[in-house]
Structure formats: structure tokens, C-alpha cells
Design a protein around this ligand. Structure first.
Ligand code: XIL
Length: 371
């Protein structure tokens, strides 16, 4: 009887060992953080399974939405800090590097921010004072507890010129410098970042490098440039990713990070953009090509893609300070709804049930083989 019980115990322990995969964070080289974006539902306890995957596997977290202006500061005199407080507590409980996303952006920012009492556009002084109050209140509240901030997000057009956002139009080109100045004032210890997508495109990357060199020439703090990394299975090419990871630190003098990584496996037809509603429905049906499961071949292709990306990250590891995935499981991914709502996408390392995918094993193998 006793032997039987012991055998059962040993078998159970072995099963647990098999079921709990090795943590990616434990395989990562020193200086390279691995993170995931947490949704508001995860932070508020609505998705315990994926939250525990995140806290087991990663040593950094970024909030997917809850610190964006419209979430945290929906009305002029109203801040909603409770989800953000929970988010920061999770980071502290698990001793994680906590990232704030994002202070100044043209999206998910309420219309009142840019409006004046008598029209849609406030003047420079008003906008600067709103920006400063917002940054001092939000980054100031988490001083010493949020360790790095995406200060300005997506300030560039694809050709590398400054995007014509309300920030640029009302304040002028120095709005970026002002945002970094206020962030420094709010928390002198926090790392500060410029974050954008498609920095693998040389012209846009030049724009980001120009922004950061300008900030540095003004004596402002900037620690890294984040390339979001919303990529496809075939695009950008490995050469373009390699160039990005080499070029940014070499020419901007700061670290590079991949801040919102996910790999879209669904077709992206340029005709989807701006399509009228009727056309959109047809396109959705035609491009939602894996409604039930990702076929093995595509699953392996995704795994190889992630392995290739992590090989490049390791090659440049002295200059790459973080890789953050934009979500934990496929169920959470914004790519189920972008650029077309209501598709079934498979961009992350865990499936909809929270099981690690071949892409998870592939990333683990690359990290293991680094020595
Ligand atoms: C996305 C979120 O994932 C979605 O939940 C939200 O509806 C829209 O924003 N670039 C960014 C992120 O910097 O903040 C965006 O996140 C994805 C693109």
C-alpha cells in the first residue's frame, strides 16, 4: 500500500514537471528582459490562467490599454487609476520590470485633450499645460514603481517625417522634447523610450533616429527606441530585422527593444484598408482562413519565424534590452480584431486554451542554445 502511494506521488510529481514548461525568463541572457502585455481583464482577475502564464514566464509587463490617456484620464478632472494600481501591484508582487504605455499618442486620447472652449483645437500653451499635468500626475503617481515609459508613441509617418497629429499641429515640433522633459521631471529614475511601428523601413527608422538624436542633443534622457514588432510570417525580412537591431543602437546611441511583438498569420490585403462596410464583410469571410485551427504547416512556419527572430535578438543581445509580446494567449490578441474585426488569428506563443504552441518550444530552444 505504502509503495503504491509513493509510486503515485512520484508519478504525480513527474506529470507536474512535464506539464509546467520551463520559463522563458530563466533562459534569457542577462540584460535581456522578456515581457508580455496584460489586458485589463487579466489585471482585474478575469483571466487567471493567462495571468499566471505571464507571471511564470516573463520578467516584464506592459499594460495593453489601461494606462492610455482615454483609460486613465477620461475627463479633464477625472483620473481612473484603479486598474493601473492593480497592474503595478502585480508587477511588484512578481518582481517584474514594469513598463508604462503610453504618455503621448494621437490614438486613444479623448477629444477634450485637443479641444478649446470654442473650437476643436486648443493653442500651444493650453496643450503643453495639459500634457505636463497628465504626465506629472500619471508618471508621478508611479514614480519608482513603473520602471520605463513609452513617452511618445507613433509620432512618425511612413516616410520618416513627423506625423501630422494634433500634438504637432498645436504645439509644434518640440512637443516630443517637451514630453520627454515632463517625463523626466515626473520620475528622474525611470527609463524613457520612443516607440513606433515599421521602424524596419529605413526612412521611418531614420526619422526615429533623428528624433532621439535631437532629444539627446538637448540633454534629455532617452534610454531606448522600441520597434513594436507587429510583423507577418514573411515580412519584414530577416535582413530588415537584422538591420533594424544593428542600426538603431549604432546611430541613435541608445538600446533597441521589440515592444509589441506578434506575428500575423492571416492574409493582409491592402484592399481591406478603407473598404466600405459591405466589402469589409466579404473580405472578412475570404481572409478568415483558419476559423477552426491553425494547420500544422502554418504552425511550424510560425515556430520557425519566432526562432529566426530570437536568433537575431541573441546576435544583437548586447544592444537589445527587451522583447515584449503583445499579449499572452491567442485568445487575447488584438489581431483577432485588427485590421478586420471578428477573425481568428494565431500570433502568440500560447493557444486559446493556454497551451504552449510549437512557437513557444522554438523560442525556448533558441534561448537554451545561446551558450
Ligand atoms: C492596441 C490594443 O492591443 C487594443 O486592445 C486596442 O483596442 C487598440 O490598441 N500600437 C500600440 C498599441 O502602441 O497600444 C496598440 O494596442 C497596438 C498598436
Amino acid at each position: 500500500m505504502r509503495v503504491l502511494r509513493l509510486t503515485l506521488l512520484v508519478l504525480t510529481m513527474a506529470a507536474v514537471a512535464v506539464a509546467a514548461p520551463i520559463a522563458l525568463k530563466s533562459l534569457s541572457p542577462p540584460g535581456l528582459r522578456l515581457g508580455a502585455a496584460l489586458s485589463t481583464a487579466q489585471v482585474e482577475g478575469g483571466d487567471a490562467r493567462s495571468l499566471s502564464i505571464a507571471t511564470d514566464q516573463f520578467n516584464s509587463i506592459t499594460p495593453e490599454n489601461l494606462l492610455k490617456w482615454s483609460n486613465v484620464h477620461p475627463e479633464p478632472a477625472r483620473f481612473d487609476f484603479s486598474p493601473a494600481d492593480r497592474f503595478v501591484e502585480i508587477g511588484e508582487r512578481h518582481k517584474m520590470f514594469v513598463v508604462g504605455h503610453t504618455l503621448v499618442w494621437h490614438q486613444q486620447t479623448p477629444a477634450w485633450v485637443f479641444a478649446s472652449a470654442d473650437g476643436p483645437r486648443a493653442d500651444r500653451a493650453t496643450l503643453l499645460s495639459r500634457m505636463r499635468e497628465h504626465i506629472l500626475t500619471v508618471a508621478g503617481r508611479y514614480r519608482g514603481r513603473i520602471h520605463g515609459w513609452d513617452v511618445v508613441n507613433e509620432a512618425l509617418e511612413e516616410d520618416g517625417t513627423l506625423r501630422r497629429t494634433p500634438w504637432l499641429e498645436a504645439i509644434g515640433e518640440d512637443y516630443i522634447a517637451k514630453a520627454f522633459e515632463f517625463a523626466r521631471e515626473a520620475d528622474p529614475q525611470a527609463e524613457l523610450y520612443y516607440n513606433d511601428y515599421n521602424l524596419w523601413k529605413p526612412a521611418k527608422r531614420d526619422g526615429a533616429i533623428r528624433i532621439v538624436n535631437d532629444l539627446r542633443s538637448r540633454g534629455l534622457r532617452v534610454d531606448a527606441i522600441g520597434e513594436q514588432g507587429h510583423w507577418g510570417v514573411g515580412e519584414p525580412s530577416l535582413e530588415q530585422i537584422d538591420d533594424t537591431l544593428r542600426d538603431i543602437p549604432a546611430r541613435a546611441g541608445v538600446k533597441v527593444m521589440l515592444t509589441e511583438v506578434d506575428i500575423d498569420v492571416l492574409p493582409r490585403d491592402p484592399a481591406m484598408w478603407g473598404a466600405d462596410l459591405a466589402k469589409k464583410a466579404t473580405i472578412r469571410a475570404a481572409t478568415n482562413i483558419y476559423p477552426d485551427r491553425l494547420p500544422d504547416e502554418q504552425q511550424q512556419q510560425l515556430a520557425r519565424r519566432y526562432a529566426d527572430i530570437f536568433r537575431l535578438v541573441l546576435e544583437h543581445r548586447s544592444q537589445v534590452s527587451r522583447v515584449t509580446f503583445w499579449g499572452v494567449t491567442d485568445a487575447q490578441s488584438w489581431l483577432n480584431d485588427f485590421p478586420i474585426p471578428g477573425r481568428v488569428n494565431y500570433p502568440l506563443l500560447w493557444d486559446r486554451e493556454g497551451r504552449p504552441k510549437p512557437a513557444f518550444d522554438a523560442v525556448g530552444e533558441v534561448l537554451k542554445g545561446r551558450r
